[in-house]
Design a protein around this ligand. Structure first.
Ligand code: DGL
Length: 260
């Protein structure tokens, strides 16, 4: 018999909006039999240009929403929320694994290619202490270029992930580097993997574009194993999507992005 015991409780995913779905997609690939509850706070997006206090407050509220849904683990699938809230979240919720995400600078350095490592992220992620501690490990030996991308999350939240507007935005931001050596481009915001195709059209073909989705999914798997709470079901799990914007189109967009 297929013994689905307590560990069929869902895993909670949270982001300021639809971006965290890029991380959920990676988790579904390696943990297909887990159940998932996703909460996007699109009503309050973007987080990256708010105050750290405000983002922390919103993040705690969202995490409580997931806890109330009976989740067994939580993924803060938002670089911005992770950078300001992960430590306090782990201090408060001590009996549940909480996985965060940060810009994939380490993998970018490990590729060991000549040229600039360009980090695209929200202004808040790049100015917070967490990222600066990470960057200090590498900045003396690598040429790191920080590229805050205010305004990009709003486009993606409104469902614009390809076409002229995205192309124009990215050319403004990244265009000035294309005649220089680029080691890699790091997508340090979980919304950005959805515009990766447009970015590829602008960058030279050989430039690696790296995001933290797969690494975060692997970390989630490790945490479930460590805590012995992996789902033992052999059937594909469910995905429930909630959003603070109580509108059908944001839920439709979420399902579209999961399958994108
Ligand atoms: N997906 C969020 C991140 O990874 C976007 C934050 C925002 O809403 O500005 O940082």
């Amino acid at each position: 018999m297929n013994n689905c015991y307590v560990y069929d409780k869902p895993i909670g995913f949270f982001d300021s909006g639809v971006g965290g779905l890029s991380v959920l997609k990676e988790s579904i690939k390696i943990l297909p039999n887990e159940n998932y509850v996703y909460y996007g706070d699109s009503k309050n997006a973007p987080y990256g240009v708010k105050s750290a206090e405000e983002v922390k407050k919103l993040t705690f509220k969202a995490v409580q929403f997931l806890i109330d849904k009976g989740v067994k683990a939580i993924v803060i699938a938002c670089n911005t929320a992770t950078s300001v809230a992960i430590v306090s979240l782990r201090n408060k919720y001590t009996d549940i694994p909480i996985v965060g995400i940060e810009p994939a600078l380490k993998p970018a350095v490990e590729i060991n290619r000549k040229g600039k490592i360009i980090i695209m992220a929200t202004p808040m992620t790049l100015s917070e202490k967490k990222f600066n501690i990470l960057m200090n490990n590498y900045k003396d030996t690598n040429d790191i270029e920080l590229l805050p991308c205010a305004g990009l999350v709003e486009l993606i939240e409104s469902g614009i992930i390809e076409g002229d507007k995205i192309n124009f935005y990215l050319k403004q931001k990244v265009g000035k580097f294309i005649n220089q050596d680029i080691s890699s481009v790091v997508l340090g915001c979980t919304h950005y993997p959805f515009i990766k195709n447009e970015l590829k059209n602008i960058l030279p073909k050989y430039v690696p574009i790296i995001d933290g989705g797969y690494g975060t999914a692997k970390q989630l798997k490790r945490k479930l194993e460590e805590n012995k709470i992996l789902n033992s079901c052999s059937t594909k799990g469910y995905i429930h999507i909630y959003n603070s914007l109580k509108k059908n189109n944001i839920i439709d967009l979420s399902y579209k992005l999961i399958n994108y």
